[in-house]
Design a protein around this ligand. Structure first.
Ligand SMILES: Cc1ncc(COP(=O)(O)O)c(C=O)c1O
Length: 425
């Protein structure tokens, strides 16, 4: 039995997994230089110039890739969700159903509008927003539903779209994790009234900071346009203002980078899918670190995280934190996602919401699946590592197997260490 690295043995991956992120080359330089040398660094004032800009090209190409009709670039994925909520008609005092297991923004984007987030739990197997929990969270005050495709794994859009239609509520898909993901052959973000994406540094498609909202209705696009451009109408002059709004335009330098990065991202999606397919097969043989279920309706998988569920029982009670520490010692960088269900953050725990909002008394919120997944079970590999060379990538499974083999020794060592710490206190 090979000695664990945490006990002084040889690491499974002595140099870790080496992947450069972001990946860039001459084509990015050329794309950027073209806009730089043009001297037009914003996307232009008239609607025609805006359409002809690098941002304009990216909006058309990316929206089409996700099977949506329209796109609008914005400075980040946070503003993207807020803008979509506003264009969907969400106002102060409205309730918005939001996912408990996600990055904070899926819920907090409603707050600047004065709206009240109401949390829906996730499905314990897929970790995605659960349709029944969403439906249970709807009240007469609800005016929108936000879902996330956590890690890039599409939520069950068959059931969620049905719930949204039944209650005549706009659905906003927060696709910050899911560039490239498809459900039944159609891109995520095109099922809801709006789909929002982030292009922040760590995302599968990045320009440092950036975002886009996609939609299928020209009218919805027009509303977003107004809200993102100081309340200007696309049909009126540059100094005509019609809405309370702000400036949420993306620069064309970022648009240029998005265009060149997008070419790479479409190829990277395939590499990631092939690598994760092989890793999932290897992990299923070992047991105890379960990849998310295979689902034929997921026809393409984009990634922010490759998610797995850790089962401490299969590791003789070893906690997730101790498991991740042992994995890190073997040279595998694996995280636990965001660590908490969103409602558990001080932001919500300290928030006083009038009692008439029964679903938004955050100290009493019950989302047991999200709490358990975030607190004990979720293990996640960041999307950039999924681009590693295959044999190196599959060493992740070797590290899991090694820890499982040596688990008795590890559990014993952890228990002795804990007893010693308790004694000192
Ligand atoms: C699910 C989700 N939504 C929204 C955002 C916000 O995106 P940004 O960082 O571009 O503002 C993120 C960022 O990580 C995210 O993970």
């Amino acid at each position: 039995m090979a000695k664990l690295a945490i006990k002084g043995g040889k690491k499974v991956l002595p140099n870790g997994i080496k992947v450069k992120w972001p990946q860039f080359d001459k084509s990015d330089e050329q794309s950027l230089l073209k806009v730089f040398r043009s001297g037009v660094w914003w996307r232009g004032g008239t609607i025609e110039l805006q359409a002809a800009s690098a941002c304009g090209k990216f909006e058309r190409d990316f929206a089409a890739y996700q099977n949506a009709k329209f796109g609008l670039c914005v400075p980040n994925g946070t503003i993207a969700v807020e803008l979509a909520l506003r264009a969907a008609g969400v106002k102060a005092g409205d309730e918005v159903v939001v996912p408990a297991l996600s990055f904070v923004v899926s819920a907090s984007a409603a707050l600047p509008l004065g709206a009240i987030p109401v949390f829906a739990d996730c499905d314990p197997k897929t970790l995605q927003p659960d349709a029944d929990s969403i439906e249970a969270a709807i009240s007469p005050r609800t005016t929108a539903i936000v879902i996330v495709h956590f890690g890039g794994y599409p939520a069950d859009l068959d059931r969620i779209v049905k719930v949204a239609r039944k209650h005549k509520l706009p659905l906003i898909e927060d696709c910050a994790h899911s560039q490239g993901s498809q459900w039944r052959g159609k891109g995520v973000g095109s099922y809801g009234q709006f789909g929002t994406f982030s292009f922040q540094q760590s995302k599968a498609l990045t320009c440092g900071e950036g975002g886009i909202v996609v939609c299928n209705s020209r009218d919805d696009w027009g509303k977003m346009y107004r809200f993102h451009n100081l309340g200007r109408l696309e049909t009126q002059g540059f100094y005509d203002f019609y809405e309370v709004s702000s400036n949420y335009r993306l620069t064309d330098l970022q648009g240029a980078l998005l265009n060149s990065q997008f070419v790479k991202m479409k190829k990277q999606v395939n590499v990631k899918m092939a690598n994760t397919k092989a890793l999932s097969a290897a992990l299923r043989k070992i047991g105890g670190l379960e990849p998310l279920p295979e689902d034929k309706r997921i026809t393409r998988r984009g990634y922010y995280y490759y998610c797995m569920q850790y089962d401490a029982d299969e590791f003789k009670g070893l906690s997730r934190a101790d498991f991740l520490e042992a994995m890190a010692a073997e040279g595998v960088t694996m995280g636990r996602g965001y660590g908490r269900s969103i409602h558990e953050y001080p932001l919500f725990q300290n928030m006083k919401v009038p009692t008439k909002y029964a679903g938004a008394q955050y100290k009493k919120v019950e989302c047991p699946n999200a709490v358990k997944a975030a607190g004990e079970r979720l293990c996640a590999i960041h999307q950039a590592f999924l681009l590693a060379e295959r044999s190196q990538f599959l060493k992740i499974a070797d590290a899991v197997a090694k820890i499982k083999e040596n688990v008795d020794e590890l559990v014993k060592a952890k228990s002795t260490a804990r007893k010693a710490t308790a004694k000192k206190k």
